[in-house]
Ligand binder design. Structure first.
Ligand SMILES: Nc1ncnc2c1ncn2[C@@H]1O[C@H](COP(=O)(O)OP(=O)(O)OP(=O)(O)O)[C@@H](O)[C@H]1O
Length: 278
């Protein structure tokens, strides 16, 4: 599939964060299979540090598969295979000497359906990832970390008096922000979000979108969304994926969000972002 780089935006976006803070992710010629079925063909994409990159496109074109490849979740699926490279600040995420848990700690994931541990307290939900990744912190540091992560996830004021209540007792939107706080506690450089608002009402969706914009100064974000208004609101850059019968998914066009919506170069991008298909 030929790929168009849309560079029509008038505003130049920074490629690295001010101060050179890390977190730049790059996919190089990534292909993916489920058994014999090839679902992605040589996808290359830069996801710059300190920006939100949206992956958009119709159902089944491989967006979630691509996202799972970025933090090595794809390899857990029986029969799944992949080719190509994923680089985090230039270092191969799939290098043989790199531990899987290290890749996951640096590149966190928030799923479509909020998945806190329902019987575990709000407090313990936030720190759950620390135990899983073997990070040890003192009790007082833990208290500070819980407050910091809940604040960053935009939830602290709502739960500061309910830290010992079960995570499952929160609303859907609060549960999703709790999951974001849990991801932040292991201090990832990148946060992947797979349709994080699709199970939420419009108010909770807005709140998560605000959280995304607040977080991006310190965590690179890659988000899959079907909601074009959401892609336009939250992302700095967009990549439009497409597959067709017998043809694996690939990127048709990518570029700064204003250009992708305002002056798409490929007619298929224009049709999709203007809601004419998908
Ligand atoms: N676990 C799996 N086993 C086999 N095939 C799969 C699996 N997961 C996804 N696929 C196939 O891979 C292709 C890409 O699916 P994927 O979920 O990545 O697309 P998507 O663009 O994220 O779709 P959606 O927007 O509906 O979530 C589809 O043809 C799908 O049927």
């Amino acid at each position: 599939m030929s790929v168009t780089e849309n560079s029509a935006a008038t505003v130049a976006l920074p490629v690295v964060r001010p101060g050179g803070v890390p977190g730049g992710l790059e996919a190089r010629e990534v292909s993916a299979w489920f058994g014999e079925h090839k679902v992605l063909e040589q996808v290359s994409l830069d996801m710059p540090a300190g920006q939100v990159t949206s992956l958009i496109g119709p159902s089944g074109c491989g967006k979630s598969t691509f996202l799972r490849i970025l933090n090595r979740m794809h390899e857990l699926i029986p029969g799944a295979a992949l080719a190509g490279e994923v680089l985090l600040d230039g270092a191969d995420v799939y290098a043989p000497d790199r531990r899987l848990t290290d890749a996951r700690r640096r590149i966190g994931m928030v799923f479509q359906k909020p998945n806190p541990f329902p019987a575990m307290s709000v407090y313990d939900n936030v720190t759950a990832g620390l135990k899983l990744t073997g990070v040890r912190v003192s009790r007082s540091e833990r208290d500070r970390l819980v407050e910091e992560c809940l604040t960053k996830a935009g939830l602290w004021n709502e739960v500061r008096d309910r830290l010992r209540q079960p995570g499952g007792a929160l609303s859907g939107g609060q549960q999703q922000r709790l999951c974001i706080a849990r991801s932040l506690a292991v201090r990832p450089q990148v946060l992947l979000m797979d349709e994080p608002c699709s199970a939420l009402d419009p108010t909770s969706t807005r709140r998560i979108e605000e959280t995304i914009r607040e977080l991006v100064s310190e965590v690179t974000i890659v988000i899959v969304t079907h909601n074009m208004q959401q892609a336009a609101r939250v992302s700095d850059r967009c990549a439009f994926f497409l597959a067709s019968p017998g043809v694996p998914g690939g990127i048709v066009e990518y570029g700064p969000t204003p250009a992708m919506f305002g002056s798409p170069q490929d007619p298929r991008t224009a049709d999709y972002v203007h809601g004419r298909f998908g």
